[in-house]
Design a protein around this ligand. Structure first.
Ligand code: A4P
Ligand code: MG
Length: 193
């Protein structure tokens, strides 16, 4: 039997984060940069949250982040999408650094049409895909824009919405404020092969 690896079924939700200058963008432009780069690969962004300024989570001292969530559709397999997103991150100037450290662009796959793949314990292995992203329920910088843009979305394992997860832990909203949208005119540069 031939396994059909591409899919057009189900919405894909991506989290975008940025808090450092890259070679082609600054953090304010991460959402537009990502949207433009995906369009070049026939992936349509059907929904975008506002950009939010968020306090950094984790033990590394660093600048506040710009975070957003987008919904995309298109014909691509999960592993191919992860590889593409890594290329887009590199094209924005991201290089390997401290885990959870400053980055010009981070794009995580939060949910791929409700699929459940891999085990969270393997998250640190480069290239190993975990779905849904294991950090969703603990991260205000993901839940706030996700609740805004996808009120009907349900966590594939927990079965509840982003709004419900936030209501259970209201402290996750602390320090998160909407950013004013920057002007357009962006150049996503070339993605590396
Ligand atoms: N990987 C496995 N599954 C996935 C998936 N569903 N989506 C692998 C994306 N990547 C996935 O990711 C580490 C490894 O996970 C990669 O090899 C990938 O193949 P990474 O993007 O290279 O590293 P990371 O972003 O440091 O790790 P991770 O676990 O994605 O961390 P987070 O959740 O992105 O946290 N504070 C604020 N306010 N805003 C932020 O955006 N981001 C982080 C990083 C820390 N603090 C933050 C923010
Ligand atoms: Mg990441």
């Amino acid at each position: 039997m031939r396994i059909h690896k591409t899919t057009t079924i189900g919405d894909i939700w991506l989290a975008i984060g940025a808090n450092a200058l890259g070679n082609t963008i600054n953090p304010r432009l991460a959402l537009e940069y990502t949207r433009t780069a995906l369009l070049g690969h026939n992936l349509v962004v059907f929904s975008s949250s506002c950009v939010h300024i968020t306090p950094p989570i984790g033990s590394v001292r660093q600048n506040r982040f710009h975070n957003a969530v987008i919904g995309i559709r298109g014909s691509i397999a999960p592993a191919a999408l992860l590889r593409l997103l890594k290329r887009i991150e590199r094209s924005a100037g991201r290089r390997l650094g401290v885990r959870w450290g400053p980055r010009p662009l981070d794009i995580d796959i939060l949910d791929f049409g409700g699929r459940i793949i891999g085990h969270p314990a393997r998250m640190t292995r480069p290239g190993t895909l975990i779905l849904p992203h294991p950090g969703i329920a603990a991260r205000g910088f993901v839940l706030v824009p996700l609740a805004e843009v996808a009120p009907h979305w349900r966590h594939p394992i927990l079965g509840v919405s982003a709004g419900t997860l936030l209501a259970r832990k209201p402290g996750l909203r602390r320090g998160i404020v909407p950013a004013t949208q920057p002007p357009g005119g962006l150049n996503p540069g070339r993605t590396q092969k």
